[in-house]
Design a protein around this ligand. Structure first.
Ligand code: 5GP
Ligand code: 5GP
Ligand code: 5GP
Length: 208
């Protein structure tokens, strides 16, 4: 195969818990296609450097094309729903993610394959099942950060990074899960570097 210059080192594959996006001060809007199911949703697949920095908006000539993902549209609506306000059908969110992040890995994945890779990674990670198997349920209960990380490591083989946000009363809760993925976007790997940010020692997992 052709060897192209290494323009990034790995991906963060980031999923969001909709209950935690929606119960903050800012609130949320369901997509025009209806309330998403009570499952993690994809936020993005983000090229990253090993030093923790990352490229963004790499190719303004490669804008998002709806026609490139027409066969994936219903899967994306289910697995990559938008919760931002005002309600949308997803195109804006996917287009933002492609243009900000996806264009920085265009040397390995063009649009269709970029979105398809994210869908496949979501299936492989099966986060909700990983947590439920360890007795961690989205019922408003509190869990330790280490039990959440341990459950995901147990199921996937790799330690994730957990990002928390705060509900409207200020409680720390499970917002996003970061998993590291190799440059082919097909295999989970140990993270070369973790993002930084604080969770409480007890983290709520709200229902949705
Ligand atoms: P926030 O400031 O809300 O954590 O992140 C805002 C946006 O910056 C994210 O949605 C994402 O687009 C980008 N971002 C934040 N942290 C990272 C990172 O560690 N790696 C990459 N590639 N993008 C990030
Ligand atoms: P990032 O934080 O990846 O740079 O960009 C997130 C952008 O996508 C923000 O402009 C945000 O308003 C928009 N967006 C649309 N739907 C969602 C969603 O469901 N979750 C998040 N985190 N951002 C969304
Ligand atoms: P340790 O390296 O002992 O696991 O963690 C060192 C510090 O980083 C502790 O304050 C711990 O709470 C925090 N930390 C470890 N893993 C994560 C994580 O996945 N997410 C967040 N937000 N903090 C973490």
């Amino acid at each position: 195969v052709l060897c192209v210059s290494q323009d990034f080192n790995f991906f963060y594959f980031v999923q969001q818990w909709p209950g935690s996006y929606c119960d903050t001060q800012k609130s949320c809007c369901y997509p025009t296609t209806g309330k998403p199911e009570a499952d993690f949703g994809i936020h993005g697949l983000w090229p990253n450097y090993n030093d923790g920095s990352y490229p963004s908006n790499c190719d303004s000539s490669n804008s998002f094309q709806q026609s490139a993902i027409s066969d994936l549209r219903s899967s994306l609506q289910k697995e990559w729903p938008t919760l931002a306000c005002p309600s949308g059908n997803g195109i804006q969110f996917w287009s933002h993610e492609w243009e900000k992040h996806g264009t920085c890995s265009e040397s390995v994945l063009q649009q269709h394959d970029y979105f398809e890779a994210a869908l496949t990674l979501k299936q492989k990670s099966n986060l909700l099942q990983a947590l439920n198997s360890a007795g961690i349920e989205a019922n408003g209960g509190s869990y330790s950060l280490s039990s959440i990380k341990g459950a995901i490591k147990e199921a996937t083989g790799y330690t994730p990074y957990i990002e928390c946000n705060q509900d409207s009363s200020g409680n720390s809760q499970l917002y996003q899960v970061y998993q590291c993925v190799d440059t082919s976007a097909s295999n989970f790997i140990e993270c070369p570097v973790f993002p930084s940010g604080k969770c409480g020692s007890q983290i709520q997992f709200p229902s949705f």
